[in-house]
Design a protein around this ligand. Structure first.
Ligand code: GLV
Length: 322
C-alpha cells in the first residue's frame, strides 16, 4: 500500500515530486497555516506529513490523526511539534538541520550590518527625497569590524557566524554547554553568559527554543549589556522577552536590535515596531531558493527513508521506537 502523504503548505524544489514517487500525495498549495480544526481534517487520513514551523502539531491534533507515523518538519527548530506526545504515539519526528546554517549565518550578518550601519533607515531617507547634500555627520552608524561578537549557542549556525566574524577581524566569545573545538580553532573563546553580555558589542542568539531558553534574554540580562551594544535574534522569538526588549530599546538600555523572529509571529509587539535603531525582518533566516529547496528535499528524504524501512536520517525522537 502506498502511504498517504500530506504536504501542508507550498514548498520549493523537487521535494513533492520525490514524495509522489513513493506515495499518494495531498499537496496543499495555499500559503499560510490552517486553523487547528482544518489541519486535523487534512491530516486525518495521512500516514505522513511534511509540515512547516507554522503548523502546530500538538497533542490535541495528534489525537485526531490515528494513521500518522511520521512528522517531517521543514525546519531546524521543531518547537512547533509536541515531540513527547508524538513519541508516546510512536510517531517519528524529523527536522532539517545543517542545510540552513550558512544562509542563516549570512542573514545574521545582514542584520548586524543592517542595524549597525543603518541601512534601512539610510535607504528610506534617500527614497523619500531628503538627501540634499553629503554630510560628514549624516546617518552615522556603529563600527562592525574589529568589535566583540558574543554568540549565544555555538551549534552549527553559531559556528557559521563565528567563521564569518573572522573575516571581519572580530573577537568572538561564546556560550555553550561545552568547549567547541571548531569554534576554538576559529579563535573563539568560551565564557559564561554574564561575561558575554558584559563584553560584547553585538550579542547574537543561536540557541534552540525550549523550556530552558524561554526568555533567556530578559530585562535583567538586557541591563547587563553595554548601552552601546546590539542584540541580534535569528533563533526563535521566545528566547527573548519581547516586551522587555522593546522597553530596553526605548529607554536606551541597549543601542539597537536586529530581529528576524518574534514571540507571536506574525504579530509584532507594538512597542518593538516603534523602537529606535531596530531592524525587523519577517523570519527569513533560511529564505533563499537554494536553502529552502534543500530543506524541503531533506524533509521529503526523511519520509522516503521511513517508508523504505530505514531510520530517517534526521530523526529527533529515537525514543519513538521504545
Ligand atoms: C527556521 O527558523 C528553522 O528553524 O529552520
Amino acid at each position: 500500500m502506498r502511504p498517504k502523504i500530506v504536504v501542508t503548505q507550498p514548498i520549493p524544489g523537487d521535494a513533492v515530486a520525490r514524495l509522489r514517487q513513493i506515495g499518494d500525495v495531498t499537496y496543499r498549495t495555499t500559503d499560510g497555516p490552517l486553523p487547528a480544526a482544518e489541519l486535523s481534517q487534512l491530516l486525518a487520513p495521512a500516514d505522513a506529513v511534511l509540515c512547516l514551523l507554522t503548523d502546530r502539531i500538538d497533542e490535541v491534533l495528534l489525537a485526531t490523526t490515528p494513521r500518522l507515523k511520521i512528522v517531517a518538519n521543514m525546519a531546524a527548530g521543531y518547537n512547533n511539534i509536541d515531540v513527547a506526545a508524538a513519541s508516546a504515539r510512536k510517531i517519528a519526528v524529523t527536522n532539517t538541520p545543517g542545510v540552513l546554517s550558512e544562509s542563516t549565518a549570512d542573514l545574521t550578518f545582514a542584520l548586524i550590518l543592517g542595524v549597525m550601519r543603518r541601512i534601512s533607515e539610510s535607504e528610506a531617507f534617500l527614497r523619500s527625497g531628503q538627501w540634499a547634500y553629503w554630510s560628514a555627520t549624516l546617518l552615522l552608524g556603529s563600527e562592525v569590524h574589529s568589535r566583540t561578537l558574543g554568540i549565544v549557542g555555538m551549534g552549527r549556525i553559531g559556528t557559521a557566524v563565528a567563521r564569518r566574524a573572522r573575516a571581519f577581524n572580530m573577537r568572538v566569545v561564546y556560550t555553550a554547554r561545552s568547549v567547541h573545538a571548531d569554534a576554538e580553532s576559529l579563535g573563539a573563546e568560551r565564557v559564561d553568559l554574564d561575561t558575554l553580555l558584559a563584553q560584547s558589542d553585538i550579542v547574537s542568539l543561536h540557541v534552540p527554543y525550549n523550556a530552558a531558553t524561554h526568555h533567556l534574554i530578559n530585562a535583567q540580562r538586557l541591563a547587563q549589556m553595554q548601552p552601546s551594544a546590539f542584540l541580534i535574534n535569528t533563533a526563535r522569538g521566545s528566547v527573548v522577552d519581547e516586551a522587555a526588549l522593546a522597553e530596553a530599546l526605548h529607554r536606551g538600555i541597549i543601542a539597537g536590535a536586529g530581529i528576524d523572529v518574534f514571540e507571536a509571529e506574525p504579530t509584532i509587539h507594538p512597542q518593538l515596531l516603534s523602537a529606535p535603531n531596530t531592524l525587523l525582518l519577517p523570519h527569513i533566516g533560511s529564505a533563499t531558493l537554494q536553502t529552502r529547496s534543500a530543506m524541503a528535499r531533506m524533509a521529503a528524504d526523511n519520509i522516503v527513508a521511513f517508508f523504505a524501512g530505514n531510520r530517517p536520517p534526521q530523526l529527533v525522537n529515537p525514543e519513538y521506537l521504545a
